[in-house]
Design a binder for this molecule. Structure first.
Ligand code: ATP
Length: 249
């Protein structure tokens, strides 16, 4: 995560994550850690489990960062937690804005979704792997697209004036590199406490579901692997995995 970064801008793309994943398959030798791909619009922006990320042309940010990760897939599990903190850092540094984090990968402002993180991996369980870190951040959502978002959302323009998107991309990249470096050195250990302070559902009754199964409990925060801790009848259980959906009860 220490290599110099290169920021590439494309006007229109299917998905910035998909494009970097394709390059990993076809010409990974041309990719260096820290390569950033930003698009003005995505035709097939993705969330988790094949859900759509609304990505109209305009001021929003559609951002992906490539990272050659030496530690292997298992250790990559907590990355989206570190990335959430990087988004927090950037918005705090630039605008004094306070966001909350929702496990495992979303950024909220008072219960409205501002940004989503999608970390994708290519590699084996053991040995180095390729990571693509996608961040979709709403800056100024056009009305035409807003109607397709089926949950409470927000964008930066509702909270601050005069947003310089170029500056945002650069500061976000620097914050990301700092958090990834921290993660590479010590995992989440230095980050758990801060993440838990920013937990959007801290001490609240929540449900966690896979679609098939559902668990209820009080949201205690995350552990050192990035798993979610729920307190159920006085007992704490930790849940792992990127396919879980968290909701307030
Ligand atoms: P949850 O399970 O809590 O809904 P998620 O992490 O699974 O969240 P993602 O898959 O990351 O959600 O994102 C897709 C969802 O986010 C969509 O189903 C939609 O509700 C919402 N969404 C889509 N585009 C945007 C956007 N630009 N801004 C905010 N929310 C969006």
């Amino acid at each position: 995560s220490d290599s110099p970064c290169r920021i590439e801008v494309q006007p229109i793309i299917d998905s910035t994550n998909s494009e970097l994943m394709r390059r990993i398959q076809t010409n990974v030798d041309d990719l260096n850690s820290g390569h950033v791909l930003v698009a003005e619009m995505q035709q097939a922006g993705r969330g988790r489990r094949g859900r759509q990320w609304q990505s109209p042309f305009g001021a929003n940010l559609y951002y992906s960062y490539y990272w050659h990760f030496e530690e292997g897939m298992q250790a990559a599990m907590g990355v989206s937690v570190a990335v959430g903190l990087a988004v927090y850092d950037a918005l705090k540094a630039l605008y004094e804005l306070d966001v909350q984090l929702k496990w495992p990968n979303d950024i909220y402002i008072s219960e409205h979704k501002l940004a989503g993180v999608l970390v994708e991996l290519d590699g084996q369980m053991e040995g180095p792997c390729h990571l693509v870190i996608g961040i979709g951040l709403n800056v100024a959502m056009p009305n035409t697209a807003a109607q397709y978002i089926d949950q409470a959302w927000t964008d930066l323009s509702q909270h601050i004036a005069d947003i310089d998107k170029n500056q945002l991309v650069v500061v976000l990249t620097l914050c990301l590199q700092k958090r990834l470096h921290m993660y590479q050195k010590n995992g989440l250990s230095e980050m758990v406490e801060q993440w838990n302070e920013l937990n959007a559902f801290r001490d609240q009754a929540v449900s966690l579901s896979t679609g098939q199964r559902q668990w209820r409990g009080i949201c205690e925060g995350i552990d050192h692997q990035g798993g979610l801790i729920l307190r159920q009848d006085g007992e704490c259980k930790t849940y792992y995995g990127g396919e879980l959906s968290l909701r307030k009860e």
